[in-house]
Write a protein that binds this ligand. Structure first.
Ligand SMILES: [Zn+2]
Length: 183
């Protein structure tokens, strides 16, 4: 899993940063991810809080966010000694694997849609706003973007298909190696 863990770390950091607008929470999320993975055992949020040395409220918010991303799993158990229900959190290799398979699969779907669009029709693109237009549209707009009047550029499908084909095969190899678990 090692070569791909870094990808998951970057993803988690970005998602948390966007969701909470706080760089510290992004770092906290990565610390929680690292801790749960390296310990390889389920942990209560109290234990996690003491390990990562952060406040309990934020640790719980991040755990919930990791759960919503379908990265972290949670089990509820009654703790006799404490006399209350406790939640134990974990992130297993299989959680990382499933997460990566979904992530890569989603991008592969988009790449294949893009490739289909490029093969099925000629495409014009506005170099300013990057909106795409078909041959018919471009003709009617006099080969200028109707939004900003920028002259449209013709995309040579062959150029882009080569690039996208390379991206696609790289992603497929990744998907294969992630699914095999030899990571
Ligand atoms: Zn435009």
């Amino acid at each position: 899993m090692q070569p791909y863990i870094e990808l998951v770390r970057r993803y988690v950091y970005r998602r948390i940063l966007i969701e909470f607008g706080d760089d510290e929470l992004g770092k906290l999320a990565v610390a929680i991810l690292n801790t749960l993975l390296s310990r390889g055992e389920a942990m209560t949020d109290d234990k996690l809080t003491s390990i990562v040395g952060y406040n309990a409220i934020d640790v719980r918010r991040i755990l919930q966010a990791l759960y919503n991303m379908r990265l972290a799993s949670v089990v509820e158990e009654f703790n006799e000694a404490a006399g209350r229900i406790e939640q134990s959190w974990s992130i297993k290799d299989e959680d990382i694997r499933r997460f990566l398979v979904n992530l890569i699969g989603g991008v592969l779907d988009k790449v294949s849609v893009l490739m289909q669009q490029l093969t099925s029709a000629s495409v014009y693109i506005c170099p300013k706003c990057f909106k795409r237009y078909s041959e018919d549209d471009a003709l009617m707009y006099d080969y200028k973007c109707p939004l900003d009047k920028t002259p449209l550029e013709y995309i040579n499908p062959a150029d882009y298909l080569t690039v996208l084909g390379a991206v696609e095969s790289r992603l497929k190899k990744m998907l294969e190696s992630v699914s095999r678990g030899s990571v």
